[in-house]
Ligand binder design. Structure first.
Ligand SMILES: Cc1cc2nc3c(=O)[nH]c(=O)nc-3n(C[C@H](O)[C@H](O)[C@H](O)COP(=O)(O)OP(=O)(O)OC[C@H]3O[C@@H](n4cnc5c(N)ncnc54)[C@H](O)[C@@H]3O)c2cc1C
Length: 385
């Protein structure tokens, strides 16, 4: 029987796992379930494919409980240009090195069970989680830290076409020569900048559905602190909270310096930005209303399907009478408890944590609240002894 079992092994699960270990949870009382070979595997795969040099989020957003720990780490290890810009955005490799150091210090990889969780059921005084290999795990507390999505979104017109790959698909053929990128968000921008860095003789083509949008963060930084979050938490109408999240997130935007790089490349003739909608893709050609352009290969940076809520494990919780939902999101206590001893982070915590719930910062907020539950229970146990 584990005391705490976390479903997921990404950024949020790692942040919550480190917090619990930091607060004194013994390693043998903790398990993290994720099918990736290593913790953080999903985020590492997504970002390394794009050769992202820096995170979009600031230096204080990382997986260790102490906000300035990454800053200390950068100084101690003397990373060159450890962070950039007004918001001190950290180097991505440094962010991973730092997380890796703490995973090792707290033996977090020893708690990692490399499996998918497919079902969950409440027993007398604990939860029972079924893994894909049929194994059953018991835990008193469960945390769902399963990210937002798993399935890349491939629009129908690309589905059966040759030499088309989604940048976030599981296996990618890096030998395919592709000069065309579809998408208008930060993944598309990173990818274009990576391809431009290869200094090809032919220009890169970026196909956008809307005008490129420039924002420093995924939402206004006011949502990172009490300035906006106080009002959000006072909002009693949870459907309104869901609306705020939807309106305040700058979906498909990029920071200014990336936008400027794209503009310079366009001016230099190394990048062609197509703003006319694509109507068809066939015979190795991209068609718009007025033209057709031959393509070598296409990288889709068209986001993901929002498939978290369709996971059977989540569905089996939704069926419960005590699992309340508003606007498609769980109704939680302030400790992020959805039903008895079942806690959540990420998108599942949208109604409590606001527009940054799904970012690294959301993982920190979840870790803090779940950590408080652990501390309270420890204190109660001590008192009872
Ligand atoms: C290209 C890119 C760049 C980004 N840059 C930033 C940034 O700079 N700053 C920022 O704050 N955010 C950024 N984000 C958002 C980022 O995805 C999150 O901050 C972070 O990954 C969220 O962590 P997570 O744990 O919720 O999701 P993930 O890190 O994706 O982890 C979720 C994990 O849950 C696992 N899982 C799901 N279902 C199950 C199951 N049933 N059983 C077992 N395991 C399961 C998955 O396999 C996955 O490993 C970026 C996202 C992308 C795609």
């Amino acid at each position: 029987m584990y005391e705490w079992l976390i479903i997921g092994g990404g950024v949020h699960a790692t942040t919550i796992g480190l917090q619990l270990r930091y607060l004194g949870l013994p390693v043998e009382q903790l398990a993290l379930v994720d099918s990736h070979e290593k913790l953080m595997g999903n985020f590492k795969m997504q970002t390394s494919r794009l050769s992202m040099p820096y995170l979009r989020s600031p230096l204080v957003h990382h997986c260790h409980p102490e906000p300035f720990d990454l800053k200390k780490f950068a100084k101690h290890h003397q990373y060159a240009q450890a962070m950039i810009g007004q918001y001190q955005r950290p180097r991505l490799d440094m962010f991973f090195d730092h997380t890796e150091q703490w995973i090792e210090t707290y033996s977090l990889e020893d708690t990692h069970i490399q499996q998918d969780a497919i079902d969950i059921e409440q027993k007398d005084n604990h939860w029972e989680v079924t893994l894909e290999n049929g194994q059953l795990l018991q835990a008193r507390h469960v945390v769902l830290a399963m990210g937002t999505h798993r399935t890349p979104n491939v629009p129908d017109m690309y589905a059966e076409q040759p030499d088309v790959q989604h940048i976030h698909q599981k296996e990618i053929d890096i030998h395919t020569h592709a000069s065309h990128v579809i998408g208008s968000g930060i993944s598309a921008a990173h990818l274009v900048i990576k391809l431009l860095g290869e200094e090809r003789s032919e220009p890169i083509h970026l196909w956008v559905k809307k005008q490129l949008e420039v924002f420093d963060f995924d939402a206004d930084p006011g949502w990172l602190g009490p300035k906006n979050m106080r009002g959000f938490q006072c909002e009693k109408d949870l459907a309104k909270r869901a609306e705020i999240n939807c309106n305040e997130r700058h979906k498909g935007s990029m920071p200014k310096e990336m936008y400027m790089k794209l503009m310079h490349a366009q001016e230099a003739g190394n990048l062609i930005i197509h703003e006319t909608p694509i109507t068809k893709v066939a015979h190795h050609k991209i068609y718009t209303e007025h033209e057709s352009v031959d393509y070598d290969g296409i990288y889709l940076a068209t986001g993901f399907k929002m498939d978290l809520m369709q996971q059977p494990l989540i569905q089996s919780i939704i069926q419960r009478k005590d699992a309340q939902m508003v606007s498609g999101y769980p109704v939680l206590t302030t400790s992020l408890e959805w039903v008895d001893n079942l806690y959540v982070s990420g998108m599942l915590a949208d109604l409590e944590l606001g527009p940054f719930a799904r970012n690294i910062m959301g993982g920190r907020m979840a870790a803090q609240r779940i950590g408080e539950v652990f501390v309270k229970e420890q204190a109660a146990l001590k008192k009872a002894m």
